[in-house]
Design a protein around this ligand. Sequence first.
Ligand code: DAH
Length: 343
Amino acid sequence: MKERLEALRAEALQELQSVDNPQQLNDLRVKYLGKKGALTEILRGMGGLSAEERPIIGQVGNDVRAAIETVIDEKQNAFLAAETENRLRAETIDVTLPGKALPTGAVHPLNKVAQEIEDVFVGLGYSIAEGPEVETDYFNFEALNLPKNHPARDMQDSFYITEDILMRTHTSPVQVRTMQQMNGKPIKVICPGKVYRRDDDDATHSFQFNQIEGLVVGPNIRMSDLKGTLLQFVQQMYGEQAQIRLRPSFFPFTEPSAEVDVTCVQCGGHGCRMCKQTGWLEILGCGMVHPRVLEMGGYDPAEVSGFAFGMGVERIALLKYGIDDIRHFYTNDQRFLSQFARM
Ligand code: DAH
């Protein structure tokens, strides 16, 4: 029996040497040490041994089992170690590899300029008001002292949706909406937003563009307040050296009305091609709120007065950056847009 046990040990150790995966290892464990395995099979014959032989053979059996178990455990540990190492290797990140640069976005130049304009007026104590882009004929025209068939309506070719509803042609309707909301209280707001006109697109026109409206209403608001405000604005936008001049003009919703020019941003007023040798560039329209407009907004022109102004954001931006074609703003050419990312 002793020989059979020694032979079993030799055979098991021999076979274990060539094991190369955990499944195989487990099969051999069952084959040699399992309940129905080879070792148990041999030891079952111990019943026929004498009392002296039994402990000796028992000891050999234990030694053989221990020897086989030792090798199996070693193999098992080796497989575990290899598996852990493989997993760690698969999870390894090489932090020295160069990263992939993601393109960063930036604020669109038009939004940037609009924000700058808003910041100037917020700094002067103005609030921001907004109104709908789909507007009624009443707010867009009637309440701004532009009755049906008024010739000035032709100045603003409109996109009508129904007979009484249109895409707003300017931000001025927000003036009236604000007055109705403020219910007689003093007003100091700017109203930024998109406006729409039936224009053919070219270097200076677009069917959709951006305006910023201003409205101040209260006791004793005078034209000099308007002028001082606009000078402040222009100097913050274009620099301390910038000056303004007001030229008489006409808008149905203001009386008197004026167009405002700023010192040419290109030549500083000496005269150049950009300002057609005049030294001035037109930047906005303004005036004292027409008494009828105050009335339609629910204010008493005998008690309060007001001034208003309206400017095109595109135009302010064209002048600020010396851009010659408004269409650059809308065509999303990255080569154009990316120039403003760092400004
Ligand atoms: N709404 C005018 C336009 O779109 C601009 C304008 C002019 C607005 C004079 C005003 C103003 O508030 O007083 O052309």
